[in-house]
Ligand binder design. Structure first.
Ligand code: BG6
Length: 485
């Protein structure tokens, strides 16, 4: 199969940090179809040779194991080409069309790794130039809008020129092996389904903690905040994977239909829940691994009076028969105690205890998403600790460490997603109605915080966020995973 991959934003951060390394990995593993051409597009005047040289130097920043040797890079570079474009000029799209006709391919991928405010312009211009043929696919990076209205506007324009099955909206969390494992866990095994419901589950926690701050993205991040950056997309997609009903098959729309139902069943916010179930925080100076780090307001590009949240904790509920009354706690933040993403399914206690148990409920399933990828099932067992007292049990845990079981070599998120775009598989991409439903749910929180006179709660860098997040979950009688370790 042959392909053309047009990379709008071909000299940008995303291209050289994520996309080129991912394309190279696919090339190295022999999964990238050999008859392909990657055409970087940007404003600068550059020859193909200069573009290749630019990309080559960028690979110096990639981790060693994923860096090409000189010989590998030369072979990979043969796929790389460059086209200078001003994205507002129709004549530049005509030139692009002429360039693409030099290498007619089965599939043409238009990857919009640009600022989202260019999405509509690029799609309109592609349409006007007749570059939206049936064999074209368009890839949209997040954020797709700032709110429901802007998201709809983008989707409507793109849908005017491309059909839904040609549009690949990226949520890179869906490309992570651990997230696909979650679907395998739930729908490849009969074991969990009978207990995967309100009768047996007390609460579910989704945590996506980052140790890093906003790094060089302060200027961008300050207008976005954690709710838009991580919750509207990644966290809600994880929530869907945990809460969705079994799809009728593994096709993209069967899966997306079920995810959509979850998003539509999220209990709407009320003034009371907005006050009590939505906590926002902002990091202050602190310590990360013994090193002093600045607070958010001191970061480059950030308004020193900013009220942008770098931490969010929410309590969500899903109004359906399976989940009614079960709290789903979502938490994400920058400059937290470390990089750790996990989902914890806390099961209910036995109805009638006959053993002496250390405390409360015994069973939980911890799904580790990163940095390690694996499962832990916590059980109570009769250990050997007390030889005379058989009534005392101890905690034990069954571990499935994916690195140990399957090796550390995994297909990275962007590698997986890029190959899926080229092959036309939509399973791991987000449909427009899912996105809109997610925006509809988070928008009242954004609105509430915009009008709130209470600023985000401060937390020291290197901690687990503001104490209000612990107080929120404690009101239900529960605690966050790390507080129980
Ligand atoms: C991106 C956010 O979508 O996800 C970043 O814009 C965040 O702010 C990143 O750092 C986290 O992704 P990962 O894969 O490192 O958990």
């Amino acid at each position: 199969m042959s392909f053309n991959l047009v990379l709008f934003g071909g000299t940008g951060d995303l291209s050289w940090r994520k996309l080129m390394p991912a394309l190279f990995q696919a090339f190295r593993h022999g999964t990238l179809p050999p008859d392909g051409r990657i055409l970087g597009v940007a404003r600068d005047a550059m020859t193909d040779a200069q573009y290749r040289e630019l990309i080559r130097t960028r690979f110096d920043q990639v981790e060693l194991a994923k860096r090409p040797s000189a010989e590998e890079f030369d072979r990979f570079a043969a796929l790389l080409h460059y086209q200078r474009m001003d994205l507002s000029k129709p004549e530049d799209y005509a030139a692009l069309k002429a360039r693409l006709s030099e290498h007619p391919a089965d599939t043409t991928v238009m990857y919009l790794a640009t600022s989202p405010n260019l999405f509509t312009t690029v799609c309109e211009q592609l349409g006007a130039a007749g570059l939206n043929t049936a064999s074209t696919r368009v890839v949209l990076e997040k954020p797709l809008g700032q709110d429901l209205t802007s998201n709809r506007q983008i989707n409507q324009t793109v849908l005017h020129y491309f059909s839904e099955k040609q549009i690949f909206r990226i949520d890179h969390y869906l490309g992570k092996p651990s997230v696909q494992n979650l679907l395998a866990l739930r729908f490849g095994n009969a074991l969990f389904e009978p207990v995967w419901r309100r009768e047996h589950i007390a609460n579910i926690q989704i945590t996506m903690a980052e140790g890093l701050g906003v790094e060089k993205r302060g200027g961008y991040y300050d207008g976005i905040g954690a709710l838009r950056d991580m919750v509207q997309n990644h966290a809600l997609q994880l929530l869907c994977a945990i809460a969705m009903e079994p799809p009728i098959n593994s096709h993209a729309d069967a899966i997306r239909d079920e995810k959509l139902k979850v998003l539509r069943s999220l209990v709407r916010w009320t003034p009371t829940t907005l006050d009590q179930h939505a906590v926002r925080g902002q990091y202050a100076a602190g310590n990360m691994a013994g090193q002093a780090v600045p607070g958010y307001l001191q970061e480059t590009g950030v308004n020193p009076q900013s009220q942008t949240e770098t931490f969010v904790a929410l309590r969500a509920e899903i109004a359906n028969w399976r989940w009614a009354g079960v709290p789903f706690y979502i938490r994400t933040g920058k400059r937290l105690a470390g990089r750790e993403a996990h989902i914890v399914v806390n099961f209910r206690a036995t109805p009638h205890p006959i053993f002496k148990t250390p405390n409360g409920a015994a069973n939980k399933l911890v799904i580790h998403l990163q940095p390690k990828d694996g499962l832990e099932l916590h059980l109570l067992a009769q250990g050997q600790a007390n030889r005379r007292d058989t009534g005392s049990l101890s905690y034990a845990q069954l571990d499935l460490d994916f690195d140990k079981r399957f090796g550390t070599e995994r297909v990275g998120a962007y590698e997986r997603l890029l190959l899926d775009v080229i092959d036309g598989r939509l399973n791991l991409f987000v449909r427009s109605d899912e996105q809109e439903a997610a925006w509809r749910w988070v928008e009242p929180v954004l609105e509430h915080w915009r009008n709130d006179t209470i600023p985000p709660r401060s937390y020291a860098a290197g901690t687990w966020g503001p104490s209000a997040a612990s107080a929120m979950i404690a009101r239900d009688g529960y605690s966050w995973e790390e507080e129980t370790r």
